[in-house]
Ligand binder design. Sequence first.
Ligand SMILES: Cc1cc2nc3c(=O)[nH]c(=O)nc-3n(C[C@H](O)[C@H](O)[C@H](O)COP(=O)(O)OP(=O)(O)OC[C@H]3O[C@@H](n4cnc5c(N)ncnc54)[C@H](O)[C@@H]3O)c2cc1C
Length: 389
Amino acid sequence: MARVAVIGSGIGGLSAAIALRAKGFEVDVYDQASELSEIGAGVSLGGSGMRVLDALGLGPAVREASANLHRIEFHHWLSGDIFYQHPMGSWYEQRFGGPFLGIHRADFHQILLSAYGDKPHLGHRCVALRESPDGVDLEFANGSTTHADVVVGADGLRSTVRAHVGEPDEAVFSAMSCFRGLVPVDRVPGGDRFGLTFFLGPGRHLVAYPVRGGELINFVAYVPDPEWTQESWSARCAPEDAVAAFHGWNPVVTTLLANAVETGRWALYDREPLRTWSTGRVTLLGDAAHPMLPHAGQGTNQAIEDAAALATYLESDLPLHEALQRYERLRKPRTRQIQLGSRANATCFQVPDGPPADERNARLQGLPQMVGWIHEYDVYAAMETGSEA
Ligand SMILES: Cc1cc2nc3c(=O)[nH]c(=O)nc-3n(C[C@H](O)[C@H](O)[C@H](O)COP(=O)(O)OP(=O)(O)OC[C@H]3O[C@@H](n4cnc5c(N)ncnc54)[C@H](O)[C@@H]3O)c2cc1C
């Protein structure tokens, strides 16, 4: 079986490594981080991602570590009035073939690490790739080198592998950043009843949901700010900065922001959809291929779907180059549409009160129909029907 080097041990890289090992590939994972620490807050997992995790045997562990989001609610930023709500929980599971979960990224990462079964090669920042008919030579910043038959670039928004594969491009700054944090549930008014909760207002919005079996409420509070450009998962700020940015909002919002155990601030970037993801032996996966703004909650799900597709095509009888092309053809249209849709969502969430908000709220009544295509997607069925065409 081919030897695969996966660059990046995030959610995408580890999912790919697990899926590839399950098919019998020899896999090594390399990451620039010198240690894997508990950085990050909540991520959401929907039906399409859970279908893959179930197939990989990870469903029970993931469900146990998560919170099942039993309803979705959209609130007015000031009054707190609900202008759209819908059950999720078992309704979602029946409709979309898997649950909708909130999970702490660190908990999820730990589950993936255990399933992978090895330690990734840490302190290995990939700096160069040389591709030949015999394979790919990889160079790392620590001076070490390795050789692989196939390389998967799962190295995130600032991917080095992307620069080898695709046309040169720059990350696109959205002029928006977000405050992120986790709050013990007993410090949030009505916290034990939280599902997937939105507060939408002019020029700002907040999304919150439980993680870790409901012990913690994860929030992400979005503000326009062309000055804050630091794109880092470890950048911290004072909780008061977040409270000040939402001054005058409903007390549920300001209480959430004021009670964060730790507040992070993260500038939001994505990239334009790529025209080419793969060369003869190298391909991209997850944020390296299709970094997206978080407004559709799909970054993690799309990386997991990628992993299932890549492993299936690589295992097929197709020549390597053709297998990578098929993978790319399957994944590109869907992830492109979600990348562009995520951009559009931010604008729609933050329209002013009055007719623009009324129109948005009227459209929200059709939410399950609008987003069904994202959540019901079955990557295995799509490969069988060859729906990339
Ligand atoms: C530390 C961290 C915390 C996060 N926290 C959250 C969160 O709380 N909420 C949320 O919605 N999303 C979070 N994300 C992003 C989210 O995980 C991703 O958007 C999504 O899961 C897709 O994952 P990915 O594996 O494609 O990319 P990422 O999760 O970004 O993983 C990329 C990996 O590649 C490694 N890497 C980068 N460049 C190189 C290189 N040249 N050589 C070797 N390794 C390299 C990075 O160290 C990282 O481990 C976080 C990402 C990271 C890295």
